[in-house]
Design a protein around this ligand. Structure first.
Ligand code: OGA
Ligand code: MN
Length: 241
């Protein structure tokens, strides 16, 4: 079932150009969570790539070309450069655990428009590989810091505010992103997001599937445990056309 509730979130970033309001529709699909999460032995069907696993071959075919993980997209030095820019601002905020109805549990976040040269260069690389040419981009980059106990519940990013493509750099920890088809929760896809990888969700995978980041105790990929530590994601989006 979709749209248990809508969540309005407003960013507090100092570099904000104007009020940016995110609407996330959160899916409440308890049966699915039961099926997948309670059975760590479910391995699904492995994709051709080591980071892709799904509930069936047809699901793999549906998302082919619409999901991508580029492992080691950034170097350790680049990860450190990002952290150096982001940590001072993030540390001033407290992790939010209280809002039970929020799409995200145990997080703090910010957005950033201006970057130092090393970070600006790597973000340029992200944009070059992720977005269709000429696609208008959302200026500020979204930075989401998940506590070790934090996680992201199934949701679809607002179609009103975000376009066809979501591209995220993963810092500090490996994690598992699960996509679940909204019209049929038996259809799922797991992406292994290794530390310093870039993931890209496009079109079908972005609009027809919810996405979530599994909490530490549920963090398994193809039956293998993937410990989830504190994780920061740096997310670029384009605008709806
Ligand atoms: C979000 C989201 C994923 C991530 O903020 O809407 O889905 O990688 N984030 O942090
Ligand atoms: Mn999202």
């Amino acid at each position: 079932m979709r749209l248990a509730f809508r969540v309005l979130r407003q960013f507090e970033g100092k570099t904000r150009l104007g009020p940016v309001v995110w609407v996330r529709s959160v899916s409440d699909s308890p049966p699915l969570r039961g099926v997948v999460n309670d059975n760590k032995d479910i391995k699904g069907v492995k994709g051709e790539q080591s980071w892709l696993c799904a509930s069936s071959v047809p699901v793999l075919q549906t998302v082919r070309g619409h999901v991508e993980v580029r492992e080691n997209f950034i170097t350790e030095e680049e990860e450190n450069a990002l952290l150096k820019e982001l940590e001072p601002g993030l540390k001033k905020k407290r992790y939010e655990f209280d809002h039970w109805d929020d799409a995200i549990h145990g997080y703090r976040e910010t957005e950033r428009l201006q970057w130092g040269s090393a970070c600006a260069a790597l973000l340029g690389r992200v944009r070059a590989v992720a977005f269709p040419e000429g696609s208008p981009l959302l200026g500020p980059v979204h930075v989401l810091d998940l506590d070790k106990a934090g996680y992201i519940k199934p949701h679809v990013d607002s179609v009103k505010f975000c376009g066809s493509t979501i591209a995220g750099l993963c810092l500090l920890s490996d994690s598992v992103m699960r996509l679940v088809r909204e019209e049929n929760p038996a259809d799922w896809v797991d992406l292994l997001l290794s530390r310093r990888s870039l993931y890209i969700l496009r079109d079908e995978a972005r609009f027809k599937f919810t996405h979530e980041i599994l909490k530490d105790e549920d963090s398994f990929f193809s039956g293998q445990r993937v410990p989830r530590h504190r994780r920061i994601s740096v997310i670029c989006r384009n605008l709806p056309v």
